[in-house]
Design a protein around this ligand. Structure first.
Ligand code: WTA
Length: 648
């Protein structure tokens, strides 16, 4: 298979309005083209100039060292601190008293922090961590609801040079434990709970389960949010409000080397355990800063809202580091989009006069399903720019977003990137790019993207293949925590000399990139990547299950739904109760996100002669499609007929 068949045809295209273009940070095609050419032909000149826009404690000496490829070294010789880039730099300007974070809790409570207040809060937090013995280079796990202290926790770690490892608050105790152990974390920051759909998520309880017996965790710092009762381990646990009560609101930022690790963030792969993606300080900040500024076209008076959770990379890069480095006013919301009513997001847009909105296709599809009446009763005239991220957006959802949310006046930036890339890689520039619905369009500055066949040969227009990237870029991952070889094997071995993101793509006759989804088995549910292997392991850990294979089937709401084929032990009987038990089991083992939509009992699973499960076949069965694959390598041909009968 050297190409991926492309079936999507789209002739519509929307140019930005003259009014938008005239005010845009990048406002002419010539300027965009000139910058792009320079970024490719002379990356050191281009990125050196952007790098110098950040505040350095010691200026860098060299822009890029690629001699130890595929591990890049950017801005060597320089020293800086991420929390100072995001906060301190604004305190000498008029932004000192500008709102940095405007937060709303799910129950409707509100808090806001100016840049000066946020900086004082972060310093107190950092001092409290230091007082507990957290030191530069230590790993700190963060497992929190979407409250301002979550953003402050990241920045407080950064201020003292501790490496944060945020684990999304929906993950189970076992997943949290695996990540704490893999990273060798010595402290955990959490909260008593968080609000989600009117209920308290008992986060501290999960942390207690996750850390039981892990002696290396000497501190669990707990922010009070929901006031539910929590168990307490004396000596280890400390309330945040007690810890910061006497802490000084001042602390000089730790001077970090450009290539010092800023954070780890775990991402699921197609095989094996989650990978701790490692990002470093300077390149990551330069990348998130420039993409935020130019793709979200941020102006001083914008009110910017990215609806992601900080537990995912989108929240790291486009709630915390990018927008704060730009000095933006960032809206943060704790809860669910339909709490207490399906128009909550639009009520927030109206109330806070939000001008730039960045959300996910899965959310957009949910809003479409809930009905326009929940949108149209709110005044969305403050919006001027919309964005999407996380999975391919289908053209009809894009059109709905443009029409119903954007009032046909807001450009949409469909941004393609990954945890590994750190920052946006493909996206329209909102003031210049004509955008077809559902298209991520063009490579960002410095991104040398192409579409190749299985052998790494560049494909021509409209030929679907593998997306690849030829040159290093500042915010690229520097490795996988504790596994250098896996870093090389996963990203740099398929096409020598090129980064392989694992997505399929096609480039059209205008040079626009269309992303065609993952080329491997990773599931993408509601914009989140989940590994089939992790879900299968969870299923097989249930006593009734012998074997499991998990595949995606298309789903209108979540993009993809999880369909699990399971073989149960003799003596076990398929039943609706068992289906519920298995779904519940997966939820507790690895988290609700991974809960299968369908469980289908199978007598046997289709395998190759070497014993590998043929997931592509299962995908066809799950979607009730004709089987397109060559079945001649199948171990037992009869298995297909039996699976079909059982699932109809
Ligand atoms: C997918 C999220 C199509 C893609 C920032 C990628 C997209 C994976 C888009 C990374 C998009 C993300 N169009 N697909 N605009 N954005 N993806 O690491 O498959 O959670 O490889 O990072 O999501 O997911 P991750």
């Amino acid at each position: 298979m050297s190409e991926i068949e492309s079936i999507l045809k789209e002739a519509r295209s929307f140019a930005p309005s003259e009014e938008f273009r005239a005010r845009a940070i990048v406002s002419t095609e010539e300027a965009a083209e000139r910058s792009y050419r320079e970024s490719i032909d002379d990356p050191e000149a281009f990125w050196g100039r952007v790098g110098r826009e950040l505040p350095w404690l010691t200026p860098f000496e060299r822009v890029l060292d690629w001699s130890a490829a595929p591990v890049a070294r950017w801005f060597e010789g320089g020293r800086l601190n991420a929390s100072a880039v995001c906060l301190d730099r604004h305190l000498e300007t008029e932004r000192r008293d500008k709102v940095a974070i405007r937060w709303e809790g799910e129950p409707g409570d509100e808090r806001s922090f100016t840049y000066a207040e946020a900086q004082a809060e972060v310093c107190r937090f950092a001092n409290a961590l230091l007082a507990r013995g957290v030191a530069k280079g230590d790993r700190v796990a963060i497992y929190m609801p979407m409250i301002p202290e979550l953003a402050f926790a990241l920045l407080a770690c950064a201020r003292i040079g501790a490496i944060h490892s945020v684990v999304f608050g929906g993950f189970s105790a076992q997943s949290l434990r695996d990540r704490i152990e893999d990273g060798g974390c010595t402290a955990v920051i959490t909260a008593d709970g968080g609000w989600r759909r009117g209920k308290v998520l008992p986060l501290k309880d999960v942390v207690d389960k996750a850390t039981a017996g892990i002696a290396s965790v000497h501190t669990v710092m707990v922010v009070r949010r929901t006031e539910n009762e929590v168990a307490w381990t004396a000596g280890r646990d400390v309330w945040y409000h007690d810890a910061v009560a006497d802490a000084s609101p001042e602390l000089a930022p730790e001077p970090m080397e450009s290539e010092d690790t800023l954070f780890l963030l775990y991402t699921s792969g197609s095989t094996g355990k989650p990978k701790g993606i490692r990002h470093t300080t300077a390149g990551y900040l330069v990348g998130t800063y420039l993409t935020t500024k130019t793709i979200f076209d941020l102006k001083e008076d914008d009110v910017y809202w990215c609806t992601a959770d900080i537990g995912w990379v989108t929240g790291h890069s486009y709630i915390v580091y990018g927008p704060l480095a730009c000095g933006a006013t960032v809206v943060m919301y704790e809860g669910a989009p339909d709490q207490p009513h399906p128009g909550r997001f639009w009520e927030l847009v109206q109330k806070h006069r939000i001008s730039v909105l960045y959300t996910a296709p899965t959310a957009i599809r949910a809003f479409m399903r809930w009905g326009d009446e929940h949108v149209t009763k709110f005044d969305l005239s403050s919006l001027r720019l919309l964005g999407t991220v996380g999975e391919p957006i289908n053209p009809e959802a894009w059109m709905w977003y443009r029409r119903t949310i954007g009032g046909e006046r807001c450009p949409i930036v469909d941004t393609w990137w990954q945890t590994e890339t750190g920052a946006i890689m493909l996206s329209p520039l909102p003031g210049v790019t004509s955008t077809p619905p559902g298209c991520a369009t063009r490579p960002f500055f410095g991104v040398d993207a192409l579409v190749v066949d299985e052998e790494g040969n560049e494909l021509g227009p409209n030929q679907g293949g593998f997306l690849a990237i030829r040159k290093p870029w500042p915010s690229m991952l520097r490795g996988i925590w504790g596994d250098d070889q896996r870093f090389v094997d996963t990203y740099w071995s398929k096409f020598p000399g090129m980064y392989f993101p694992g997505d399929g793509a096609r480039r059209d006759e205008h040079g626009n990139f269309w992303i065609m989804g993952r080329v491997d088995d990773v599931l993408n549910v509601s914009g989140h990547r989940l590994s089939t292997m992790e879900i299968e392991s969870a299923l097989v850990s249930h006593p009734a299950v012998v074997e499991a294979a998990v595949v995606a089937r298309p789903d209108d709401l979540t993009g993809e739904a999880i369909c699990a084929f399971v073989t149960i032990g003799s003596g076990q009987k398929p039943s609706p109760e068992l289906i519920e038990a298995l779904k519940g089991h997966v939820s507790t083992e690895i988290g609700k996100l991974a809960r299968p939509s369908d469980i289908r009992f199978a007598e046997g699973l289709p395998k190759t002669r070497s014993g590998k499960i043929m997931r592509r076949l299962l995908r066809d069965i799950a979607a009730r499609r004709e089987i397109a694959d060559d079945t001649s390598t199948l171990e037992d041909l009869g298995v297909i007929a039996r699976l079909r009968d059982e699932s109809s």
